[in-house]
Design a protein around this ligand. Sequence first.
Ligand SMILES: [Zn+2]
Length: 56
Amino acid sequence: MGGVPTKHHTRSKTGRRRSHHALKLANLAVCPECKHPVVSHRACPNCGHYKGKKIK
Ligand SMILES: [Zn+2]
């Protein structure tokens, strides 16, 4: 207790922890309007369409 680290992690332990930090590009869909790859449930960054409507 006290919140003071008693011992430094080795580089390998730090690396092992950080091995979980990477984010994957998952669930990319394709915009039906312009065929640009889009993240699901987001408006298309290229043409702004979402579910057949133009958002802004
Ligand atoms: Zn689009």
